[in-house]
Design a protein around this ligand. Structure first.
Ligand code: IPD
Ligand code: CA
Ligand code: CA
Length: 263
């Protein structure tokens, strides 16, 4: 595990916000059968989680800036540090009672990612990484999978939702191209967790378009510290600004990138 002051701060904030999300997730099941559904309740849970993370991280590291999913950009007096926060990644899963959701916290220093944490309060899975200290999942060191053969590779992806109709044809073409070459495909619905599954070797690779910086910052850093390779869908390193990602070990990442670019 990583025993640093920074990781203690990040872990404490995630555990505190996670306690609230876990309680609220229990309530969601009761609201499932109401006509209105749990929509408003989930949106309140999301905002509450963000407020807790913002307060805890601001208290421990005054002046750092924030990129928050719900509240947007908060400029800090310390221009060299920025937190990227998704207070609830996997909202649709949470809403439907599926225990695949997470808090995601990434930290950049001088524009470079230096720390990441992804925590699923439903399963108590905690993934962390800090620059030069490796990636860890529940106190086990993480390494990306070693497979080189695409026919053996299990690949994760993200699919555009109903509102992103213009994105559907490209996704369908990429999905068809990848499906033809790999052992199978998974779509879990929480990008932050997907990226940690690449870092832990559960997936051999992952790709998605239409993401935001807060979905990816922590996971990208965790994959890199686990020895993995990450690019945007054009093969560059502008994942956080372009919103696309392709990840895996050195071999799978390159093959997967070739497949989606030629789709
Ligand atoms: C979403 C999840 C999902 C991905 C979407 C994201 P949210 O985040 O990560 O897996 O496919 O693009 O927006 O809305 O649940 O925080
Ligand atoms: Ca998200
Ligand atoms: Ca979210």
């Amino acid at each position: 595990m990583i025993r640093s002051a920074l990781m203690n701060v990040m872990t404490a904030a995630a555990l505190k916000a996670g306690r609230g999300l876990k309680r609220d997730f229990g309530e969601v099941e009761n609201l499932q059968v109401s006509i209105k559904g749990p929509g408003d309740f989930v949106s309140a849970a999301d905002k509450k989680s963000e407020k807790t993370l913002f307060e805890e991280l601001s208290k421990a590291r005054p002046g750092y800036g924030f990129v928050l999913e719900e509240s947007g950009i908060v400029e800090g007096s310390d221009k060299s540090h920025v937190w990227y926060i998704d207070p609830l990644d996997g909202t649709t899963n949470f809403l439907h009672g599926l225990p695949i959701f997470a808090i995601s916290i990434g930290l950049a220093r001088e524009g470079q990612l230096v720390a990441g944490l992804v925590y699923n309060p439903a399963t108590d899975d905690m993934f962390v990484a800090e620059k030069g200290q490796g990636a860890w999942g529940n106190s086990h060191r993480l390494r990306v999978a070693a497979r080189r053969n695409m026919a053996d590779a299990l690949i994760g992806c993200g699919a555009p939702h109903i509102g992103k109709i213009k994105e559907h044809p490209r996704f369908q073409a990429e999905f068809a191209a990848v499906t033809a070459k790999v052992v199978n495909i998974r779509r879990l619905g929480a990008a932050a967790i997907d990226l940690c599954y690449v870092a832990s070797g559960r997936y051999d690779g992952f790709w998605e378009r239409g993401l935001q910086s807060w979905d990816m910052a922590a996971g990208v850093h965790i994959i890199r510290e686990a020895g993995g390779y990450v690019t945007d869908a054009d093969g560059g390193t502008d994942m956080l600004t372009k919103g696309s990602i392709c990840a895996g070990n050195e071999f799978v990442q390159q093959h997967l990138l070739d497949l989606i670019r030629s789709a």
